[in-house]
Design a protein around this ligand. Structure first.
Ligand code: PLP
Length: 404
């Protein structure tokens, strides 16, 4: 018998995240002596976790909250989540309709593992967060991409959604504000999407609201189950503390949804990991229930950075960069540089070539749009200092001017 490593069928259906790969390449280049690397490829706030949240974690340890927690979450956190949904989203969930996981990512993965079968289809609007199609494929189901376009502000069009639905459709992913486009779905657009879904009762919706607090427009944030309460029994509203409270490393995400689905998610989680880190859960409870000034401060800081980056990139000849309404990404078009020659002399055949040449020539790491299902664009994370952003935008400008 050979002792050769063999991948499972499930593993062979998934691939590593392009965002992690580029961030790692930037780290490797830095380690190899390139001191000029500026990484705008990572999706995490550059703030420290608020002090009162860290204090709650220390308090939890001191109080002996260090044993296996309940699989679906400690009651204090679940109560804080139910109160958050009620206060901020007008959604009433009982504790049996709330589940806590190790990050929103685990909650989403559990939901897919709990519900998908081979042959099922999952509707994923493009551009998408890289994990949606990968998790779908891990479960043996088929991602079906529904294109959105820059001219529509990257908003899902109800007609396109209607056309994509088949008897095999199981889920639709919604993500507002969007990673990577920053697009925010307004109430009227969400209602129109809801109307399509009302005609197709077999389609469930996973509303990924992880960037909820990072919106820059004048209208209040809304989520699907709030706008179309008739859909409540088939909407999973996913959120977490990673982006809103600068807690990416604490790994706490959560969801509200119908009790049978929440129970199914809990069953998957009980066999995979059990309850999320008890100490992090107490910290997350403090984040959700405590003072919220931090969230507003982050929003204002990101809003100012967004304005500056859009302004700088809009000045680059040949580049178009729409101003997004949320998250901490911009998603400019690099289509006009494709087919032309980079300063290295290499022809830029694709957005992937564009970002590779940009990194090699200028040291600025960004992520190509095709990694998110939208070729001809690239994603810039502006969760970096204003000095780094100004320097990076200048380098991008000089690089684009040097493309012939
Ligand atoms: C759209 C989206 N959903 C979910 C997540 C995962 O968040 P968490 O840190 O809670 O797992 C991310 C993280 O980058 C994201 O961009």
């Amino acid at each position: 018998m050979s002792n050769e490593f063999k991948r499972s069928a499930a593993l062979s259906r998934i691939s590593p995240s392009a965002t992690i790969a580029i961030t790692q390449k930037a780290r490797d280049l830095r380690a190899a002596g390139r001191s000029d690397i500026l990484s705008l490829s990572i999706g995490e706030p550059d703030f420290n976790t608020p002090e009162h949240v860290c204090e709650a974690a220390r308090g939890a340890m001191a109080a002996g909250q260090t044993k296996y927690p309940p699989v679906s979450g400690v009651p204090a956190l679940k109560e804080a989540i139910a109160a958050k949904f009620s206060r901020e989203n007008g959604l009433r969930y009982s504790l049996s309709e709330v589940v806590v996981g190790s990050g929103a990512k685990q909650v989403i993965a559990n939901a897919m593992l709990a519900t998908l079968n081979p042959g099922d289809e999952v509707l994923i609007p493009t551009p998408y967060w890289v994990s949606y199609p990968q998790l779908t494929q891990l479960c043996g189901a088929t991602p079906v991409f529904v294109e959105t376009h820059a001219k529509d502000g990257f908003l899902l069009q109800p007609e396109a959604l209607e056309r994509a639905i088949t008897p095999r459709t199981r889920w639709l992913f919604l993500n507002s504000p969007s990673n990577p486009s920053g697009a925010v779905i307004d109430a009227a657009s969400l209602a129109a999407i809801g109307d399509v879904l009302l005609r197709h009762p077999h389609v469930w919706v996973l509303s990924d609201d992880i960037y909820e607090h990072l919106t820059y427009g004048d209208t209040p944030y809304v989520t699907l189950a709030q706008v179309r309460p008739e859909l409540r029994e088939r909407v999973l509203t996913v959120n977490g503390v990673s982006k809103a409270y600068a807690m990416t490393g604490w790994r706490i995400g959560y969801a509200g949804g119908p009790a049978p689905l929440i129970k199914a998610i809990e069953l998957v989680q009980s066999q995979l990991t059990g309850g999320a880190c008890s100490i992090a859960q107490w910290a997350a409870a403090a984040a959700l229930s405590g003072p919220q000034e931090f969230v507003a401060m982050c929003r204002e800081s990101f809003r100012a950075r967004c304005d500056r980056v859009v302004d700088a990139l809009e000045r680059v000849p040949g580049m178009t960069c729409a101003k997004p309404d949320g998250a901490f990404y911009v998603f400019p078009s690099c289509a006009s540089f494709i087919g032309r020659k980079a300063p290295s002399g290499n022809v830029i055949h694709s957005d992937e070539d564009f970002v590779r040449e940009l990194l090699d020539h200028t040291g600025v790491a960004v992520v190509h749009g095709s990694a998110f299902g939208s070729a001809g664009h690239f994603r810039v994370s502006y969760a970096a200092s204003t000095d780094v952003l100004a320097d990076a935008c200048k380098r991008i400008h000089l690089f684009c001017e040097a493309v012939r």
